[in-house]
Design a protein around this ligand. Structure first.
Ligand SMILES: C[S@@+](CC[C@H](N)C(=O)[O-])C[C@H]1O[C@@H](n2cnc3c(N)ncnc32)[C@H](O)[C@@H]1O
Length: 216
């Protein structure tokens, strides 16, 4: 495990949802029928944007986040979610214990060595036929060149940036890289988008790799 987890507590203090109001993610809606059970793990749940709906639909959701402020907001939206305050790198996922494990817009906040370790845990934590759903920033995200030109970040290797001030890492991914990481899974969806984000703040662009795969 390298570096500190990103500290999001000061971003969650406005009392209003910062990632947009809870609603069922389009891709989850599309593939929810593929789920063979109701146990869901959300790594980096934040305010619970995706999970609140699943909990309301009767899924048994566990959410992990390092931000206590995020967990407070999530609890306010839905008291049924089992919330765990923890660095996802330290969260032990029991073998075969979930039918869906998702981590949306979280893994890029880590060094890739930590991401690989988490993916290994996700694979063992999913039950047979379980689904994984991850979204990460791609190498085409505008923040890539911002970091490249910033004196606060240095690129170390393999599209990984280091911020010495906070001792934090940030990683950007390609579609092929994500497919390779899940080469032993059956792909349900993979996309490499460049899109306008209207969900929070001023309209801005993101480059995003989304992957949904099924454990064989
Ligand atoms: C951009 S938000 C995404 C939240 C949610 N997944 C969503 O899609 O709305 C990233 C979240 O990941 C959490 N996070 C980042 N690194 C973490 C870590 N190492 N351990 C636990 N949570 C982490 C942050 O606290 C934050 O709530």
């Amino acid at each position: 495990m390298v570096g500190n987890p990103i500290n999001y507590d000061n971003r969650y203090t406005s009392g209003t949802p910062i990632w947009g109001c809870p609603k069922l993610d389009f891709n989850l809606k599309r593939y929810i029928n593929l789920l063979s059970g109701k146990r869901v793990l959300d790594l980096g749940i934040g305010e619970g944007k995706n999970s609140v709906f699943l909990a309301d639909m009767g899924f048994s959701v566990t959410g992990v986040d390092f931000s206590l402020e995020a967990l407070k907001i999530c609890k306010k939206y839905c008291s049924k979610i089992d919330l765990v305050h923890c660095d996802i790198r330290n969260y032990e996922i029991g073998k075969d214990s979930f039918d869906l494990i998702m981590s949306n817009f979280v893994l890029h906040f880590l060094h890739k060595d930590d991401v690989y370790a988490i993916i290994k845990n996700i694979k063992s934590g999913l039950a047979k036929n379980g689904l994984v759903y991850i979204s990460v920033f791609s190498i085409n995200d505008p923040s890539f060149s911002v970091k490249e030109n910033s004196s606060s970040f240095s690129m170390i290797d393999n599209n990984i940036f280091y911020n010495e001030l906070n001792d934090t890492y940030f990683s950007f991914f390609s579609k092929d890289e994500v497919l390779e990481l899940f080469s032993d899974f059956s792909t349900v969806l993979v996309s490499d988008e460049y899109c306008l984000d209207l969900s929070h703040g001023k309209p801005h662009y993101h480059g995003v790799i989304r992957y949904i795969g099924r454990k064989n």
